[in-house]
Design a protein around this ligand. Structure first.
Ligand SMILES: [Zn+2]
Length: 412
């Protein structure tokens, strides 16, 4: 790396840390989608200061409402910026600025951006405001030194990734707004790993309707809870059967399909200890490997529930799809991950690995819908979606070095 870039990154680290603190202070909790306008404006003005042509793009209320009824009280905003460096190719950096709600048990106030022992704590530090801070720090090193990145740089800062991205990245992609040759999503891998893909996911809700009766005469009713527990027992057998499938990621990780049953579950209103439960419902989270077809996986799951339903004809079963995200994978031999691996190699002494994330992110929307070659990389975070979420200052510094090395050398 050019010594001037290296010095600038080093000398101005404090600025990146305080930027991250300010960003964490804006509590962009989703759901429901709080403080989006304030955060979008904050990020937009940061891009303008860095020389970008940038604007805040509000999602028009009529479009927002169609996808999301609560958008009346919580309007949606995305930020799209472009820096013309005169390069032949453009790289797009994407990061979501929404964060998940606060879980109980925090040692420090979750939106304080508290620094302690080389760590910055706060909701969103790891997922994924840290990546935003690291990427902007890299851009400010180019601005300060007057050196030019090897790419034009397009950036999207989006809302709603934590709830599926319909009005965030998916909205921008549907409108055809991102115009780049490559995409770098600021999450999905960290440290000495390049993210070359992620699992898909299927979220279903299954509702079972039996018949209520007085608990002293249970034979007059149809107990929905008991039927549900038989069904979930059957799904656990199905879960075991799926373990025969696997996907080998290039870093040697053997991944298998997973099913999580009952992430949420419940019953009808008016339920009582002395009433045979009339309805029972539960959710299924099925993670889909990159070598599986998401539609087939959904069909298999629905068929399993349906064949159970056929054995219980007096009960009503209803399956509803809540969310669906396809898996995404780019070959580790594609020039994009290969070039990015060299940038990591310039910062990390360890061998660079190509990894696939068990969780999903917005990569699929760029990589499959546009489609534009896409990879994922950000600072190493801890306690994602949990209490005491944090990012280490060292990993923020290193991520900004990796981003800088990549922008400096480009594709090669
Ligand atoms: Zn995230």
């Amino acid at each position: 790396m050019h010594p001037a870039l290296e010095n600038s990154l080093q000398e101005n680290q404090e600025e990146m840390h305080s930027f991250l603190t300010q960003l964490v202070n804006i509590a962009t909790v989703n759901p429901p989608g709080q403080n989006y306008e304030q955060c979008a404006n904050f990020l937009n003005s940061a891009l303008i200061k860095l020389g970008f042509k940038s604007e805040v793009l509000p999602v028009p209320p009529n479009e927002a409402l169609k996808a999301l009824p609560e958008a009346t009280d919580f309007p949606r905003y995305n930020v799209l910026g472009f820096l013309d460096t005169g390069a032949a190719q453009t790289v797009h950096f994407n990061a979501h600025y929404d964060v998940v709600p606060v879980s109980p048990g925090w040692t420090h106030p979750p939106f304080s951006g508290y620094h302690l022992d080389g760590k910055i704590y706060g909701r969103g530090t790891a997922d994924m405001k840290g990546a935003i801070a690291a990427f902007l720090h890299c851009l400010s090193a180019f601005q300060r030194t007057g050196l030019k990145p090897a790419f034009n740089v397009e950036i999207s800062f989006v809302c709603d990734e934590e709830t599926g991205g319909k009005l965030g990245t998916e909205y921008l992609v549907e409108k055809g707004l991102p115009k780049s040759d490559f995409v770098l999503v600021g999450e999905g891998a960290a440290g000495n790993r390049v993210g070359i893909g992620h699992n898909g996911v299927i979220w279903l809700e299954v509702k079972i309707k039996g018949r209520a009766a007085h608990a002293s005469t249970p034979h007059k009713g149809l107990n929905a809870f008991e039927i549900m527990s038989e069904l979930t027992a059957d799904l656990q057998i199905f879960k075991e059967q799926l373990q025969a499938r696997e996907f080998q990621s290039p870093d040697g990780n053997t991944m298998r399909p997973t099913i999580n049953i009952g992430g949420t579950f419940g019953q009808n209103e008016g339920a009582k200890i002395n009433t045979v439960p009339e309805t029972a419902w539960f959710t299924i989270d099925r993670r889909v490997l990159p070598n599986e077809n998401c539609h087939v996986a959904e069909q298999e799951l629905c068929e399993r529930v349906q064949s159970f339903a056929e054995k219980n004809p007096q009960i009503e079963f209803d399956i509803k799809r809540l969310f669906f995200a396809r898996p995404y994978l780019i070959s580790e031999n594609h020039p994009l991950p290969k070039s990015f691996a060299k940038a990591i190699g310039a910062v990390y002494p360890q061998k660079v690995e190509y990894s696939v994330s068990t969780g999903f992110n917005d990569s699929r929307l760029f990589g499959l819908d546009m489609p534009i070659p896409t990879i994922g990389y950000g600072p190493e975070g801890h306690n994602h979606h949990a209490s005491d979420e944090y990012v280490t200052i060292q990993s923020l510094n290193r991520a900004s070095q990796v981003y800088t090395a990549f922008l400096e050398t480009g594709m090669h």
